[in-house]
Ligand binder design. Structure first.
Ligand code: ZN
Ligand code: ZN
Length: 257
């Protein structure tokens, strides 16, 4: 039982480190620098969130045109479901988006094909990432698809081998949770909460702040995209930043903003 709980916590932490620390703060906004081998490891762990080139390009476009025409995923322009997860698969139909949102490992399998092949319109905003030979190699459709299949095999096989059907159930649940928390920053994070940035609809959302590795202070982030710490009030906790401080103490993170 303890092993299963630790496994579930590990999926949650890797999901947070992947999207919030690696793709968002490190690659997109360059608000942290890490030592080279650790950078590669972080990028490999982050692949279920998409390819580094596509993720960074799309997010930079989101910052350029937040909640205006040109934003790739605004609930104010495209509706809730498209902003939440429909934009990955080009779907506005809420039932299709809902099924995709709860598909867990099946979503991962769909993504293994789609992510490196769709939503590539903003890759030109990630020229720095394209120049990185490792990021370029790992973003290739065939390489990406192979690694994602390996992930699926490890996740599903490992959990079934150790805990049987319950293990598969926990893997499914955790993947649904982690994917939707990340997607929630683009949807709920632009709809519910307080707004401290006059030029966007991004919100500081108390619940998202705690569950999404600090990313829920989203209005603050849109105002200060290059700040490593995403913190809208003195008493708010940025779990992602706490991890970064820990990684800095042990010498893996070299620089923060
Ligand atoms: Zn946003
Ligand atoms: Zn950002």
């Amino acid at each position: 039982m303890i092993g299963l709980i630790l496994y579930a916590v590990a999926i949650y932490i890797i999901g947070g480190v992947a999207a919030s620390i690696t793709y968002h703060r490190m690659l997109t906004h360059r608000s942290i620098e890490v030592i080279p081998w650790f950078r590669k490891l972080l990028i490999i762990l982050s692949l279920p969130a998409g390819t580094p080139i596509q993720w960074v390009g799309t997010h930079r476009q989101h910052h350029r045109y937040t909640d205006k025409l040109g934003d790739p995923h605004s609930p104010h322009i495209h509706g809730f479901w498209y902003a939440h997860c429909g934009w990955y698969i080009g779907q506005k139909n809420s039932l299709v988006c809902f099924i995709y949102a709860i598909a867990g490992p099946v979503r991962m399998w769909i993504d293994s094909w789609w992510r490196p092949r769709t939503n590539q319109h903003y890759n030109h905003l990630a020229k720095d990432i394209q120049k990185d030979p490792f990021c370029k190699w790992i973003s290739q459709p065939l390489v990406y698809t192979c690694i994602m299949h390996m992930y699926l095999l490890i996740l599903v096989g490992f959990s079934y081998y150790l805990w049987g059907a319950v293990g598969i159930g926990v893997t499914w649940l955790m993947l649904v949770l982690v994917y939707n928390i990340g997607d929630g920053v683009n949807s709920f994070g632009h709809l519910f909460g307080t707004n401290t940035h006059p030029h966007s609809e991004a919100k500081n959302n108390r619940i998202l702040r705690y569950i999404a590795f600090g990313e829920g202070a989203h209005s603050y982030h849109h105002k200060h995209p290059h700040h490593t710490e995403i913190k809208d009030t003195d008493d708010s906790i940025d779990l992602g930043y706490l991890c970064i401080i820990f990684l800095k103490r042990i010498g893996l993170v070299l620089k923060t903003n």
